[in-house]
Design a protein around this ligand. Structure first.
Ligand code: SIN
Length: 192
């Protein structure tokens, strides 16, 4: 059954009333600054990662936004990441961390042990004001290479994520293509 994103997303969702699985596909994979009860590699289906969301508060500024990940619909596609079983109060912190355009979506997720759970994921849709949308890989990589924000250089977001995905044996064409473009661009700049 299709997920009706507009109906499932909300700006001020109620906090869950018990522990819930949160699926992380971007910085939530490699920057785990929240307590969790359990964690496991996991995947979702029907979505792909894209560096189409602007970052005003972590990897860029309102004047010069960086680029971070969101999920976009891709029927049948598998997206691998990490799932964390978290207590409801953890969303107080996470909702602030993910406040720049992300909403919570209730989504089925699949843990590495084969179990399925209804969980939550943060994603940013094109309706949010920080949305940047698609661009060719060379432009995305150049944008990431020049952006910085309060959480550090935008390049770190991409490179840490690519490393984390490799360590989990997760292949992602988009992330790895941008990593290659970024490193090639930096090499070229260091030689000129
Ligand atoms: C996530 O990692 O699941 C959400 C996007 C981000 O914070 O990078």
């Amino acid at each position: 059954m299709p997920i009706h994103v507009a109906e499932s997303l909300t700006h001020s969702p109620q906090r869950p009333d018990g522990p819930v699985w949160l699926f992380g596909y971007g910085s939530l994979i490699y920057k785990v600054d929240f307590p969790y009860i359990e964690c496991s590699p996991a995947h979702i289906v029907g979505w792909k990662r894209r560096f189409w969301q602007g970052s005003h508060d972590h990897r860029g500024t309102p004047q010069a936004p960086g680029r971070v990940l969101t999920l976009v619909r891709s029927p049948g596609q598998r997206c691998g990441g990490m799932a964390y079983l978290v207590a409801p109060e953890v969303f107080k912190h996470l909702d602030v961390r993910e406040k720049n355009g992300y909403l919570r979506l209730s989504i089925p997720l699949y843990l590495a042990n084969g179990s399925q759970h209804q969980g939550l994921v943060y994603l940013a849709t094109e309706e949010n004001e920080a949305w940047l949308g698609p661009a060719p890989d060379t432009e995305l990589a150049a944008h990431i290479a020049r952006s910085h924000g309060p959480s550090g250089p935008n390049r770190e977001y991409l490179l840490h994520l690519a490393d984390a995905l490799r360590n989990m044996n997760e292949h992602d064409d988009h992330v790895f293509a941008l990593e290659r473009e970024l490193l090639a661009l930096e090499l070229e700049q260091s030689q000129s």
